[in-house]
Write a new protein. Structure first.
Length: 177
């Protein structure tokens, strides 16, 4: 399957509002309504406000959205991280926070379950993170996710290391790139 990777910023420049809105609303992800809702209702606003950047992965044959990811830089406060983790992530055992690249959203359309693996969508996101590292020297990537065994296994299988829970009780895992 041939795929194209296009930033939402580029699509905003190329398309009128109605067409783009219809395209984004064609993305369905019933298993995770927050992934679907973000793309339908918040992604364009986040682009306009420079809050985060979303990248879409398209099926070149059907022009359907296979999946997407959203990335931003975020400061994380340490809550219960070990001194070793603080040193590794922030350079000091006494650090109270660290800056990281956050993969804020990562989703695959229902239509492509069993056809495109989640790890393939993650690989596209990590490729963008590599580019951010090249430009900024930021080497830590984090993900936040609900306490669900399949997500825990997915991120652990993809070399993310548990760090802590945030104030919303989401798991925070990290990976150096």
């Amino acid at each position: 399957m041939e795929k194209s990777v296009i930033t939402l910023s580029d699509l905003i420049l190329e398309n009128s509002g109605g067409e783009l809105d219809l395209l984004l609303r064609s993305f369905l992800c019933e298993k995770n309504p927050s992934i679907e809702s973000f793309l339908h209702n918040k992604a364009i606003l986040q682009e306009d406000q420079d809050g985060a950047r979303t990248t879409l992965i398209f099926d070149d044959i059907s022009n359907d959205i296979i999946g997407y990811y959203t990335i931003k830089l975020q400061t994380f406060n340490f809550t219960n991280a070990s001194g070793k983790q603080r040193k590794s992530l922030a350079g000091s055992k006494e650090a109270n926070s660290f800056l990281a690249i956050l993969i804020a959203k990562l989703g695959r359309a229902d239509k492509y379950k069993g056809i495109v693996k989640g790890s393939e969508i993650l690989a596209y996101a990590l490729s963008s993170c590599d580019e951010i590292k090249r430009l900024t020297a930021e080497k830590v990537v984090c993900v936040e996710f609900v306490d669900e065994p399949t997500l825990l296994k997915f991120y652990t299988d993809n070399q993310f290391i548990p760090l802590q829970r945030n104030e919303n009780n989401l798991n925070i895992h990290f990976r150096k790139i």
